[in-house]
Design a protein around this ligand. Structure first.
Ligand code: ADP
Ligand code: TRP
Length: 337
């Protein structure tokens, strides 16, 4: 029997942070042995806001190397570059033509990002979720592991597949596209900013001290943790709505140490911030150390890295072409001549 499929991706914009790791990449790593896993660097998504062409290629390789350094194993999964698998842009066009414009205008991330762009909003930014739907649907993915913020995009992909393709173009009750499920692991699904516990940690926050980069040096990690916002209460706790910073930092502690929430609470519930912060800083540094070592090792040999990606691209092209052909046939396009 064929294994169920997983697909996910991260944009090669800026530097990946521990929110990307704990909310997304860490989950991929644990799924890759059980599922047929595809992970891509979504570089076409990265140009939906103004970008620097001098940095795109390097950021793409960097992001792929981080996937590997975090534990993605090319023997167990396919790692590929979105822009090098032509089916993505092609299916996106087909889906564009069946997706109502008002579905797109409701997307929260679009509205948030559009505000930041002022009057420089591209059609690509509006179309971003349709391209993401194409990414997912091309691989007949069963599960899509993402952070909480991507839930609405996943719902859109499901609606496009079900309501706009399967029910309109399916014949004899047969579905054309598989309807995927989101996989949002509760713990880590939303790591918050270090300077405001009510805002998501994000690559696009202009303040670098708001996040811990996966590649931040130990000194920098400690400095950022020491500067992180706190409150005037003693003792760490989970779930107190009036103490978002305590909840966030204790969550990070429990995740990077892998000790679970009960033990983290037991250990830290009476601790003051002065004692907790160095403990948390050390724990993050220890968790990042093996990832950083592996990352710098991988970056010594870009040819080997590109070879891994080439294998991933070939596999992704093979699988995605089959779905693309199915959709084109259902929409009535002439067969390849
Ligand atoms: P960012 O929002 O930092 O630009 P992306 O949009 O590229 O990051 O997100 C890549 C993946 O990381 C997605 O699956 C997203 O849900 C997840 N992710 C991003 N930020 C966080 C966060 N603060 N906490 C948990 N997961 C996150
Ligand atoms: N939109 C996602 C994000 O910002 C990235 C992404 C693009 C993605 N295509 C995807 C995630 C397909 C999962 C599956 O995080």
């Amino acid at each position: 029997m064929n294994r169920k499929r997983v697909l996910s991706g991260v944009q090669p914009t800026g530097s990946l942070h521990i929110g990307n790791w704990l909310g997304a990449i860490k989950n991929w790593v644990s799924l890759q042995n059980e599922y047929e896993t595809f992970v891509c660097v979504v570089d076409l998504h990265a140009i939906t806001v103004p970008h620097n062409p001098k940095e795109l290629a390097e950021n793409t390789l960097k992001t792929a190397a981080i996937y590997l350094a975090c534990g993605m194993d090319p023997k167990s999964c396919s790692i590929f570059i979105q822009s090098q698998v032509t089916s993505h842009a092609e299916l996106c066009w087909l889906l564009n033509c069946v997706t109502p414009l008002n579905w797109m205008e409701r997307m929260i991330q679009f509205k948030e990002k559009a505000i930041k762009q002022g009057d420089n909003v591209s059609i690509g930014l509006l179309d971003y979720p349709v391209l993401m739907a194409a990414d997912i649907l091309l691989y007949e993915s069963d599960l899509v592991p993402v952070g909480e913020d991507q839930k609405q995009h996943l719902e859109l992909a499901r609606n496009i597949a079900q309501q706009r393709i399967n029910s309109k173009f399916g014949t004899n009750g047969k579905d054309i596209l598989k309807v995927p499920e989101a996989l949002i692991i509760r713990e880590g699904a939303k790591i918050m900013s270090l300077i405001d516990g009510t805002k998501k940690m994000s690559k696009s926050d202009p303040n670098d001290t708001s996040r811990i980069g996966i590649l931040d040096s130990p000194d920098l990690v400690m400095k950022k943790i020491k500067k992180a916002k706190t409150d005037s209460q003693i003792g760490l706790e989970f779930g107190n709505k009036d103490r978002p910073e305590a909840n966030n930092l204790l969550t990070i502690y429990s995740l990077v140490t892998n000790i679970g929430t009960d033990r983290a609470l037991e250990e830290c519930s009476d601790m003051g911030w002065g004692k907790f912060k160095p403990l948390l800083g050390e724990a993050i540094i220890n968790a990042l150390e093996p990832i950083q070592n592996k990352y710098y090792e991988l970056r010594k040999d870009n040819i080997a890295l590109k070879n891994i990606l080439k294998q991933g691209n070939i596999k992704a092209q093979e699988v995605s072409e089959l779905t693309l052909a199915k959709v084109k046939k259902a929409l009535g396009f002439i067969e390849n001549i």
